[in-house]
Design a protein around this ligand. Structure first.
Ligand SMILES: NC(=O)c1ccc[n+]([C@@H]2O[C@H](COP(=O)([O-])OP(=O)(O)OC[C@H]3O[C@@H](n4cnc5c(N)ncnc54)[C@H](O)[C@@H]3O)[C@@H](O)[C@H]2O)c1
Length: 351
């Protein structure tokens, strides 16, 4: 029996069409149950009787992902090789069936481009069904963030340079007016002036120190303060940290000092906000080749070392960070708070 488009039945328990995130389609051929899951950003997965047969990571959109997976299913039926593996770039998301965060609303700050950790988080949150507000640093960043915000189907997309007075308040004001509430915030930003980052910590100027601490630490507390009244039924606050807070990591310098303060801020904030049902997490990913990381000398050596020494013998991806972060926003994680959660393949326990 040919597998034409009409053979594929949508999963009626999941939203279909505009506004939906991951969609599923089923087809029965003889005794075999075929299933295609596709995400709006062009990822998808084909399974036959629950076993994965093909993946795609680089389709232009959901329609193109569906079309190539449908062809893969046809090849499978004809007994031909199915050469569609996602080139190793696949995210975890199409395997996720449940809309675990449907109805939740969150703000993600820190998307610069497709390599940003904040983007990995935003994509995961959206795939789990959450509605998102995102920000971009300035007009230069807007052209990179706008298409990503469209993929996420964001209704709120605003400028936010945390050093510009009033911009953060404006973002939370808009959220308050449009949503009236907030369930999670992802703070995924950090900055140190070049001379502060590249020198010894004992030589850092007051100005360099204050700028580093302001952008990388204080803004998290400020976001927590602005989010608090909107998290009427509780919520989750996330910030991104790094292992260089715990031990001296070569070249991490003043950023290690800022991350130590940030991790401590998470503990205090969790104690203060916990009685209101607001959980606070520092997420500590292993090294990732993002734009921020490109400012750290010899970063490739950090990557090599992480891969060789981590118990999992693997570098992490922004998708790994996104999926784990999204889980922590779910009610199932309601009693986890105040700590630094490592997503690093276990590296921190061996180094
Ligand atoms: N890349 C890594 O290896 C790694 C590892 C652990 C933790 N982190 C942390 O993850 C977070 C995100 O970094 P990334 O690696 O995704 O890099 P990135 O360059 O993609 O993101 C950094 C973000 O910080 C934003 N930012 C800087 N100054 C800002 C300001 N004044 N106002 C508003 N936004 C500002 C940038 O616009 C950018 O979106 C940072 O806190 C970083 O320290 C990174």
């Amino acid at each position: 029996m040919p597998l034409d488009t009409a053979t594929w039945e949508p999963n009626k328990d999941m939203p279909v069409g505009k506004g939906a995130t991951v969609q599923q389609f089923f087809a029965k051929v003889g005794n075999d149950q075929f299933e295609i899951s596709v995400a709006p950003w062009g990822e998808g997965q084909l399974t036959v009787n629950g076993r994965e047969i093909a993946r795609t990571a680089e389709a232009r959109d959901r329609r193109q992902a569906f079309s190539s997976l449908k062809q893969a299913a046809e090849r499978y039926i004809r007994g031909e090789p199915v050469d569609l593996t996602g080139n190793g770039k696949i995210r975890l998301i199409p395997a996720v069936k449940a809309k675990l965060l449907q109805g939740k609303k969150g703000l993600v700050v820190g998307i610069a481009n497709q390599r940003s950790i904040a983007w990995g988080c935003a994509a995961a949150f959206r795939a789990f069904g959450a509605d998102l507000a995102v920000t971009y640093l300035d007009d230069k960043a807007k052209k990179y963030v706008d298409p990503l915000a469209r993929e996420l189907e964001c209704k709120i997309v605003m400028p936010l340079d945390v050093r510009v007075p009033g911009q953060m308040e404006a973002v939370f004001d808009t959220i308050s007016k449009q949503w009236g509430r907030l369930d999670f915030v992802v703070h995924s930003i950090a900055f140190a002036p070049q001379d502060a980052l590249h020198g010894r910590v004992v030589d850092v100027s007051l100005e360099g120190f204050l700028t580093t601490m302001q952008v990388s630490c204080w803004t998290f507390l400020q976001m927590a303060r602005l989010a608090e009244p909107l998290m009427k039924k509780g919520g989750t606050l996330f910030t991104m940290t790094y292992y260089g807070s715990q031990t001296v990591v070569k070249n991490y310098n003043i950023m290690g000092v800022a991350k130590a303060a940030l991790e401590s801020a998470v503990k205090y904030a969790s104690a203060e906000l916990g009685p209101k049902g607001i959980r606070v997490h520092a997420i500590s990913p292993g090294p990732l080749a993002t734009r921020a990381a490109s400012g750290i000398p010899e970063f490739d050596k950090l990557l090599e070392k992480a891969k060789a020494k981590a118990p999992a013998r693997s570098l992490v991806s922004i998708e790994d960070v996104g999926a784990a972060t999204a889980f922590l926003a779910h009610d199932a994680a309601r009693l986890i708070t105040g700590d630094t959660i490592y997503i690093d393949g276990g590296y921190h326990v061996v180094d």
